[in-house]
Design a binder for this molecule. Structure first.
Ligand SMILES: [Zn+2]
Ligand SMILES: [Zn+2]
Length: 304
């Protein structure tokens, strides 16, 4: 059975925390490893509430340097240090990320006992795992801001181990090549993946996209196309569309239109402005453009 991918909303508010909503941040689990997207104030407490271990995070992705997305980073690194972390953490973010991280460390008077590796994000693949890639795409905000897509590699079919052995393929890394749909050479002859894969059990990879602070824009539609889940900011309702435009944010309806255009399967709205109290209105407005919507609450979990 395939391990479910889990997405946990650690915070869902825009700009300021409220009684019910922490500042926006999302964690995603894939096969035991957690990825964290944004590290605002309060993120540690939300992780504790969600039962996410600091030890299982090796990659943190920062969308941009506005206060409500990054001010929790120093505290989080300090806690990792207290927990005795002794292996590297990777922090991905906009140009100048190394300086920002350095500033956070010096503010916290922290010299961590582990390596902090900073990576400036560019469009395209920012992290490649054995079974997935994580891609970044540019958003349209007041400052450099990135969205991220997690894209799982599809399975071309179920691997018939006995058949592979009978065809002379030695147990080892050639199995993995075949499992990934690539032909291998064994003793002068070629074994093709279709000889050892049951295509009736093929499965498309899952895709989950995270769109942080942005004006809605055609520029990132392609990058998020066909996402199983699109997590999209929706700071405002239509009655404040002028304010959304001014501060370079999206309305719920605009997020719905983007989800529709990109042919996503499910839309989750987050990063909601505290000025709009009734969350049902976010859902109702987005629904005018797109059917399958959830308005995120803090600590809400979805599985894919
Ligand atoms: Zn924000
Ligand atoms: Zn912002």
């Amino acid at each position: 059975m395939t391990d479910k991918i889990k997405v946990v909303f650690l915070g869902t508010s825009a700009s300021v925390p409220t009684k019910d909503r922490n500042l926006s941040s999302v964690a995603m689990r894939f096969e035991g490893e957690w990825f964290l997207f944004d590290a605002p104030e309060g993120v540690q407490r939300q992780m504790v509430a969600a039962g996410i271990s600091y030890l299982k995070i090796n990659h943190i992705f920062i969308s941009h340097f506005h206060a409500d997305h990054i001010l929790g980073l120093g505290g989080l690194l300090a806690t990792m240090n207290i927990h005795g972390r002794d292996w590297a953490i990777n922090i991905h973010g906009p140009k100048g990320i190394a300086r920002k991280v350095q500033d956070s460390l010096s503010l916290a008077m922290l010299q961590p006992g582990f390596e902090v590796r900073c990576h400036e994000v560019r469009k395209g693949v920012v992290l490649k795992g054995e079974k997935f890639v994580l891609e970044a795409f540019a958003l349209k905000h007041e400052i450099e801001c990135w969205g991220y897509s997690f894209i799982e590699e599809g399975k071309p079919g179920e691997f018939d181990r006995a058949k592979a052995i009978s065809l002379g393929v030695p147990v080892g890394h050639l199995f993995s090549e075949l499992q990934h749909g690539r032909s291998v050479k064994v003793g002068g002859k070629t074994v093709k993946p279709e000889q050892v894969l049951d295509a009736s059990k093929a499965r498309a990879g899952r895709k989950i996209s995270f769109v942080f602070d942005t004006l809605p824009s055609k520029g990132y539609v392609k990058a998020i196309e066909n996402s199983d889940v699109l997590v999209h900011e929706a700071s405002f309702l239509e009655e404040r569309a002028d304010r959304a435009q001014e501060t370079m944010h999206s309305t719920a309806l605009q997020a719905g239109k983007i989800a529709e255009e990109a042919q996503c399967k499910k839309l989750v709205l987050f990063h909601l402005s505290a000025r709009h109290k009734e969350e049902s209105r976010f859902e109702n407005e987005a629904r005018k453009a797109f059917g399958n919507i959830v308005v995120a609450k803090d600590l809400m979990e979805i599985e894919i």
